[in-house]
Design a protein around this ligand. Structure first.
Ligand SMILES: NC(=O)c1ccc[n+]([C@@H]2O[C@H](COP(=O)([O-])OP(=O)(O)OC[C@H]3O[C@@H](n4cnc5c(N)ncnc54)[C@H](OP(=O)(O)O)[C@@H]3O)[C@@H](O)[C@H]2O)c1
Length: 355
């Protein structure tokens, strides 16, 4: 029987993913490095588990070899992707994760040729970051094939999970990022801001180093890409000030302090918040003469992440994914995100300056 391993299964998002998989009739094998947490989860759901850390490549490869698909939910992925991806390439196992980290997408994309030779799919970013925005980018890129600029953004993700908060703190050190003339360029945090009409309301939004700065290039080929997050003006000011924390954040004591604060203070949205929450995405393509806009409404980001991650992994299990490095829309098509409950897309053509 085809089998799926969920690594990091007892984290906040890993647990949602496991519950969704069971709802969908998939019985994943659970994995992670903490024996007590893993065994408790495996007992709760009546599932098998494998306890292993990621320090020793031969041990990781031995475990991965048993499985057809690995869905990695252990983040920040900058610390976890490499040993698992390498094990997948050597053992012919498809790899998926829920990263949103630009450097992780780039590192995995650089292994595309090896993945094709090995008959393996490498499909990072099958969560809220980047499934909806990647499908929106693909939709807009198709609508204006000669586009030179792509801007994407989201509003109201709701409260973050512990892992998201930690990944964001770790990302602060690197600052922001945009794509210019085909190349990723590092920027100060909160580099550019603009007002965006997300459909339900107009918000101030600021550039953030979201995964699409990497993935939308492969999806659309558009050379200039910016990603915006809606934030109140005072939060934008704080984000800009965070650049002065850069040197501080390289200090391991400061990092450990922040990590322990996050572990104590952040639980992630509860079931009610996830059920009530909604996210809005906006995208714009332009070529200097024409400007097209499209918007998406989606359920709460964590709810959508569990649904898209499990469905993407199921398709990999069923042999429906192309080999090599993929983005969600290159693997499953522009309209993939519309297959999920509560996701709606709307198009709008905006007047250009000359009209
Ligand atoms: N794409 C998306 O839209 C999306 C959505 C949700 C979450 N995420 C990302 O997913 C990641 C997890 O988020 P979360 O809220 O679930 O975090 P969490 O509750 O803190 O759980 C993190 C999980 O990863 C494991 N882990 C972390 N570092 C590890 C390492 N070096 N080796 C082995 N296991 C490790 C943890 O195990 P231990 O407890 O043993 O450390 C735990 O099981 C974050 O990076 C977050 O940004 C992305």
């Amino acid at each position: 029987m085809d089998t799926m391993l969920v690594y990091g299964s007892y984290g906040y998002t890993g647990r949602l993913v496991v519950e969704r998989a069971i709802e969908q009739g998939i019985e994943p094998v659970l994995a992670g490095r903490d024996t007590a947490k893993l065994e408790a989860q495996a007992t709760e759901w009546g599932l098998d588990c494998r306890v292993f850390g990621l320090e020793h490549s031969d041990i990781v490869a031995q475990h991965i070899a048993e499985f057809d698909v690995v869905l990695n939910c252990a983040g920040p992925f900058v610390h976890t992707h490499e040993p698992i991806v390498e094990a997948c390439l050597s053992r012919g196992t498809h790899y998926l994760d829920i990263t949103g980290e630009i450097e992780v997408f780039e590192a995995i994309a650089s292994r595309s040729e090896r993945a094709e030779e090995a008959g393996v799919t490498l499909l990072p970013g099958v969560g809220f970051d980047v499934v909806p925005s990647d499908c929106l980018a693909s939709h807009l890129g198709n609508a204006l094939p000669e586009a030179t600029h792509l801007a994407l953004g989201f509003d109201s993700l709701g409260a973050p999970s512990p892992g998201t908060a930690l990944t964001m703190v770790e990302g602060l050190e690197a600052g922001g990022a945009v794509r210019e003339d085909g190349k990723i360029r590092r920027t100060p945090p909160g580099w550019k801001s603009r007002s965006i009409d997300f459909g339900h309301r107009e918000r101030t939004a600021v550039t953030i180093p979201w995964g699409d700065v990497s993935t939308a290039d492969r999806t659309t080929g558009i050379p200039n890409i910016e990603f915006y997050m809606a934030l109140p003006p005072q939060a934008i000011r704080a984000l800009r000030l965070s650049q002065h924390l850069g040197p501080l954040l390289t200090n391991s004591l400061v990092k450990d302090g922040l990590r322990s604060f996050i572990e104590r203070a952040i639980d992630g949205p509860d079931a009610e918040e996830r059920q009530q929450g909604e996210s809005r995405l906006w995208g714009e393509v332009s070529n200097g003469e024409e400007r097209l806009i499209a918007r998406l409404t989606t359920p709460n980001g964590y709810t959508l992440t569990a649904e898209t991650a499990v469905e993407s992994a199921r398709r990999a299990l069923d042999g429906e994914t192309p080999n090599g490095y993929q983005t969600p829309s290159t693997a499953f098509g522009t309209d993939y995100v519309l297959e999920f409950d509560g996701v709606v897309r709307q198009d709008a053509r905006e007047p250009t300056h000359s009209e």
